[in-house]
Ligand binder design. Structure first.
Ligand SMILES: [Mg+2]
Length: 362
């Protein structure tokens, strides 16, 4: 089964409510969909959601990286010779992690279809069902309290609050949500690099007394500030999760060896795909550092690939794969089955995606 072509297209899915973090606000998911075609008349599917402020990519750069660098080198490559094909993809261009992730997941989809095995079984098959949190956008304390109540009514037990816009108001936001949800809801905080180390330490120590039951705080400081991240971790009792600070296995190695975080958030759009994500899992397993599996504002195509990875490995213990739940429609037939906070992967080969409506092919 040889690669004959790689096609790209766009998909646009409206969100239930605008998604706001300390870095950006969006009201649609817009992603590049990738189809890797073969001479066996089977195609694999993938998705890149370029998040400019985090990975430095755009819809145009993803398509450029694929058409100019990946396609010419991958044409004619044999799917069953997976190592050679993935090495070629990796070497075709540096960075461009979302573009790589999209092409790579399509290749794994094809590999699974060829050998009739679902991707999560290929990687370990630890379980077939996971529970995701739901993200609450950063807004006024009242709006965040209201959105949290709606999330609980939808069946979500774990909420991730976006904070990091204004330290004083952030404490009010967290208090308002805690009051609105009661003590049984698990709260995660994600500052998206919005605080300084000093601010993070002050806020987290203050709320440790006033607001019990915060499970963790994610990426309190700027991505490059590993020393600051470690200082925060050493100064607070709440566990720290590294997100934007970890793209590659080398980043993960540095964080783990410095003891700069308690957990690592793996996202396919940062790692450049599943193989690199598996390397982070192996590293984390050796050091017993539990991992998160997160996503950008992706559609169910790449979230299906992420769910397969999340189900495969036991070192991944927490899941933040909520972007399909934030959408008002689902154009993806097949793939991961979503029921409130529960995501279930099927035994269908590859990623198990049958069809996607509304793709505008280039
Ligand atoms: Mg994050």
């Amino acid at each position: 089964m040889h690669i004959t072509n790689i096609r790209t297209g766009l998909i646009k899915i409206p969100l239930r409510t605008p998604f706001k973090t300390s870095l950006r606000t969006i009201d649609h998911i817009t992603s590049v969909v990738v189809a890797v075609d073969t001479d066996a008349n089977i195609s694999g599917i993938g998705e890149a959601h370029p998040t400019g402020p985090i990975t430095g990519e755009s819809l145009g750069s993803v398509r450029g990286a694929i058409n100019e660098f990946m396609l010419p080198r991958l044409k004619g490559k044999e799917i069953q010779n997976l190592e050679d094909t993935l090495n070629t993809l990796d070497a075709s261009i540096i960075k461009n992690t979302s573009a790589k992730a999209a092409v790579e997941m399509a290749i794994f989809d094809l590999f699974g279809k060829k050998f009739n095995i679902p991707v999560f079984r290929l990687f370990g098959g630890f379980r077939n069902k996971i529970e995701t949190d739901l993200t609450i956008s950063v807004n006024s304390p009242e709006e965040m309290a209201r959105d949290s109540r709606i999330a609980i009514e939808r069946g979500f037990r774990i909420l991730k609050l976006k904070v990091g816009l204004n330290p004083e108001l952030d404490i009010e936001r967290i208090k308002a949500v805690r009051e609105a949800t009661g003590p049984n809801t698990v709260l995660r905080l994600d500052a998206n690099q919005g605080w300084t180390a000093r601010e993070a330490i002050k806020i987290m120590n203050e709320i440790a007394w006033e607001i019990p039951g915060i499970e963790l705080v994610e990426q309190p400081v700027e991505a490059h500030d590993i020393e600051g991240l470690k200082r925060v971790r050493d100064s607070i009792t709440t566990p720290v999760l590294a997100d934007e600070a970890v793209f590659s296995p080398v980043d993960a190695e540095k964080i783990i060896s410095m003891g700069a975080a308690d957990y690592i958030n793996i996202k396919l759009m940062k790692t450049g795909g599943l193989r690199s994500a598996l390397r982070i899992c192996s590293l984390a397993e050796m050091h017993r550092v539990e991992c998160f599996l997160g996503c950008m504002m992706e559609s169910k195509i790449s979230v299906t690939a992420a769910a397969h990875l999340a189900c495969a490995r036991s070192i991944i213990t927490r899941f933040d794969l909520d972007s399909p739940a934030l959408c008002s429609t689902d154009p993806v037939h097949g793939g991961v089955e979503i029921d409130g906070p529960w995501l279930k992967v099927s035994e269908a080969p590859g990623l198990g995606i049958d069809q996607v409506d509304g793709i505008e092919w280039d």
